[in-house]
Design a protein around this ligand. Structure first.
Ligand SMILES: Cc1cc2nc3c(=O)[nH]c(=O)nc-3n(C[C@H](O)[C@H](O)[C@H](O)COP(=O)(O)O)c2cc1C
Length: 164
């Protein structure tokens, strides 16, 4: 779809490599929300990243992060144009510690929504002063997975890695 992630075309991580990288503690950390339709979940599980899923129910407490992460958020707009950012994501970002550790946002959406495509990512990026790294549609394509894996790997290098 579209990207602001660094990356060199043609050096995709293969699935076994992705699984190996994700199991390493220095692998990129992704926090994501996915509703019962699970589109975002299906995308995230293909990434070479450690992943934390936000609770489905707003009544549940969101996690408090202790290391930098990239947020993957689908858009859920209301017919009147309001909303966009799922309330579960709002609750997560209302924790100051989580906003402080947020390094970038990846948007999920559906191009049928025209100018509101991935609006949640744009709103989060503006509010939290972080870049929109990428936008993809529904559960993404294999090309989206390849580009995000490449870009995340490079993007992640600029952050201090935890000691082994
Ligand atoms: C009620 C509703 C509103 C939506 N509004 C938008 C929107 O404004 N912009 C957009 O890009 N996608 C919109 N979508 C599409 C979802 O973001 C898309 O289906 C996404 O893949 C859902 O992710 P999930 O299955 O992980 O929850 C909407 C979907 C629903 C059901």
């Amino acid at each position: 779809m579209s990207t602001n992630l660094p990356g060199t075309p043609g050096t995709a991580l293969q699935e076994p490599g992705a699984a190996r990288a994700a199991s390493e503690s220095c692998a990129p950390l992704v926090v994501y929300f996915s509703s019962v339709s699970n589109n975002t979940h299906r995308f995230v599980e293909k990434l070479a990243a450690r992943a934390v899923r936000l609770p489905l129910l707003t009544g549940e407490e969101p996690p408090e992060m202790t290391e930098p992460f990239v947020l993957v958020a689908p858009t859920y707009g209301r017919p009147n144009g309001s909303g966009a950012v799922p309330p579960q994501v709002v609750k997560f970002l209302n924790r100051e510690a989580n906003r402080r550790l947020l390094r970038g946002v990846i948007g999920a959406g559906n191009t049928n929504f025209g100018p509101a495509f991935c609006l949640a990512a744009d709103k989060i990026a503006a509010k939290c002063d972080v870049p929109v790294l990428y936008k993809f549609e529904l559960m993404g394509t294999s090309e989206d997975v390849r580009k995000v894996n490449e870009g995340l790997e490079q993007f992640w290098r600029q952050f201090p890695q935890p000691r082994a």
